[in-house]
Design a binder for this molecule. Structure first.
Ligand code: PGA
Length: 256
């Protein structure tokens, strides 16, 4: 399994002109890099999904979305379904981002339903887990992660488990320019791996990749990904600048 570099563009890229500039710059920059051992996933706002898929999807680049609903169709005003995004070019979806928990009150039970629906539609899922600053200070990191994984991954079909990727994203590191130490990330990775083995058995647990997310950039990538031996990264702000985003991908690729 190659290393995975996921870009979460969040609620940015506001105009057609801005979108076109982004795609052009991304294509140009990608053409200058070898990137033999990494897979790249770009998750634009869903309004840009079809355009991004047409322009950028292929080779080592896949397109994803930042959220989906848990049913395929029906009277769910404002929602977008996994089947829709699949049909419009998405192969990945981010589920459980801390901003979904914080601003929309989404729960692990909802994330579980979303993941089941995503897997049913053959989408790959990046499931985010991680502690808040308060939970970290109260030494609750392990139990928070265990609970999020326990509820989030309940009764998922084992045959599709290789489509699940876990992103360890400490909430306090998202958008903050603060990152955990190499040891803290290594401990989180060991904990996640242990929980996966207990839940799924070693054979299936081994198929699940574990990424790091939160203030990843070209300067932090060694500490947060390479040294702790993570399977890749989930990148927010820096994914808005193709040169910076692909620089992160290149650093990881050169160190495989
Ligand atoms: P950041 O965001 O890289 O801007 O910290 C990461 C994320 O929210 O996925």
């Amino acid at each position: 399994m190659g290393k995975l570099i996921v870009g979460n563009l969040k609620m940015n890229i506001l105009t057609v002109a801005e979108r076109d500039r982004y795609c052009e710059s991304f294509t140009k920059e990608l053409g200058t890099k070898a990137l033999a051992g990494v897979e790249i996933v770009l998750c634009p706002p869903v309004i840009h999904l079809e355009n991004f898929a047409q322009k950028l999807k292929g080779g080592k680049v896949a397109i994803g979305v930042q959220n989906v609903f848990w049913d395929d169709r029906g009277s769910f005003t404002g929602e977008v379904s996994p089947l829709m995004v699949k049909n419009f070019g998405a192969d990945y979806v981010i589920v459980g981002h801390s901003e979904r928990r914080r601003y929309f009150g989404e729960s692990d039970e909802m994330f579980n339903a979303k993941m089941k629906a995503a897997l049913k539609n053959d989408l790959n899922v990046v499931f985010c887990v991680g502690e808040t600053l308060e939970e970290k200070k109260a030494n609750q990191t392990s139990e928070v992660i265990a609970e999020q994984l326990g509820k989030g991954l309940a009764e998922l079909p084992l045959m599709k488990i290789s489509k699940i990727v876990i992103a360890y994203e400490p909430v306090w590191a998202v958008g903050s320019d603060e990152v955990p130490s190499e040891d803290e990330i290594m401990l989180a990775k060991i904990l996640i791996r242990k929980i996966l083995v207990a839940k799924l058995g070693a054979e299936y647990a081994d198929k699940v990749r574990i990424l790091y997310g939160g203030s990843v950039n070209a300067r932090t990538v060694e500490q947060v990904c390479l040294k702790p031996g993570m399977d890749g990264v989930l990148v927010g702000r820096e994914s808005l600048i193709p040169v910076e985003f692909l620089r992160i991908a290149e650093i990881i690729d050169k160190n495989i």
